[in-house]
Design a protein around this ligand. Structure first.
Ligand SMILES: [Zn+2]
Length: 352
């Protein structure tokens, strides 16, 4: 499905690519480097409707992107080194660091061989609740439910709501409707029961889906011990922290670090905010991440890294390697920094 937003963004990216704006922007807006965000890296995402297509890129595209960025002068570094470079406000060669959120199994099976081929360091951000089954990948689950059924029942406090999913367009609408309900209408802690109930009523094995998609602790230990890998924290339950009281938000961050230390034997130093957009991260969350002891915290706000970010280590923006925009030209346009200002009301240095 191509929505109007996607059409417009592609139009903007193409105008940046073909007008020469990226070449002109780069010295002024390109900054010190970029933190790339990824989720799934797989040649077979296995979803027919593609509602979560933005979260999945092909390993062949990753291979090509790394090669192109290297030939364009980017030096790939670990998140530790990225933080050191930002703190030092180092100029010179531009750096890139790769981050992957949520701990999908394809990170180990399909992305790692690409990182090994190019000797590219990367960091993976784990929410222990997703690994242990006290949280669900609700976005994948909702897509699976909507794909499978022609009609759904959602139990809400106001009663049962019947949702028509009989056509592709209605499935797309239902996917949005249910996602909005889960993320806006009910509390973060209520999400799991509602989504499991929905999956159960559609005859879907939610635990099986989660276990198919995500790494086990043993697999996380395997990838964590790889010399190219750093593990970061991503809360326990993948909650939107802005929707939680301060004590609960701090507990989510601190406890995720504790569980990761227990499982992996090392305290994670870096954090990525679940969702990471404006409605999920603000100045309060940045203060909490600092109080929880992390040396960096990453949002998903669209932006390149500039020397000024030395003062904003807990609101570092990232550049999404988005499955809907798998073209080198789109990525070069974004990495020139030209789109940062466009996406952020003219601002070059993006925080929250
Ligand atoms: Zn996440």
């Amino acid at each position: 499905m191509i929505d109007n937003g996607e059409r417009l963004r592609k139009l903007v990216l193409n105008s940046v690519r073909f007008s020469g704006l990226s070449r002109i922007s780069r010295p002024f807006l390109g900054g010190m480097g970029a933190i790339l965000t990824m989720h799934r890296v797989t040649a077979a995402p296995g979803t027919e409707l593609g509602f979560n297509r933005h979260l999945s890129i092909d390993p062949a595209f990753l291979d090509l992107l790394i090669a192109e960025m290297k030939s364009d002068g980017f030096v790939f570094v670990s998140i530790d080194e990225a933080v050191d470079r930002i703190a030092a406000q180092a100029s010179g060669e531009r750096f890139a660091t790769v981050t992957l959120d949520d701990g999908y199994r394809d990170n180990l099976l399909e992305a790692l061989p690409v990182f090994e081929k190019h000797e590219v360091p990367f960091s993976v951000y784990i929410a222990p609740g997703l690994i242990e089954g006290t949280a669900e990948l609700w976005w994948d689950l909702v897509e699976a439910v909507v794909t499978k059924r022609d009609r759904l029942t959602l139990n809400t406090p106001k009663g049962r709501v019947f949702i028509d999913c009989s056509t592709k367009a209605k499935k797309a609408y239902a996917n949005c409707q249910i996602s909005d309900y889960l993320t806006c209408d009910i509390g973060e802690e209520e999400q799991i029961e509602v989504v499991r109930d929905l999956a159960g009523s559609a005859g879907l094995d939610y635990a099986g889906l989660r276990q198919d998609l995500l790494m086990t602790w043993d697999e996380i230990r395997t990838i964590a011990h790889h010399p190219l890998c750093t593990i970061g924290a991503h809360t326990v339950h993948h909650y939107n922290l802005k929707r939680l009281p301060v004590e609960k938000a701090l507990k989510e961050m601190s406890d995720s670090a504790l569980v990761l230390e227990l499982e992996l034997g090392e305290v994670p130093k870096h954090f990525a905010y679940p969702y990471g957009y404006q409605a999920a991260v603000g100045a309060r969350e940045a203060e909490i991440a600092k109080a929880a002891g992390f040396i960096s915290a990453l949002t998903t706000r669209h932006g390149m890294i500039h020397p000024e970010h030395a003062e904003h280590m807990h609101t570092l923006p990232r550049m999404s390697v988005n499955g809907r925009y798998q073209k080198i030209g789109y990525m070069s346009a974004m990495l020139s920094g030209a789109t940062t200002a466009m996406a952020n009301g003219g601002r070059k240095v993006v925080t929250v």
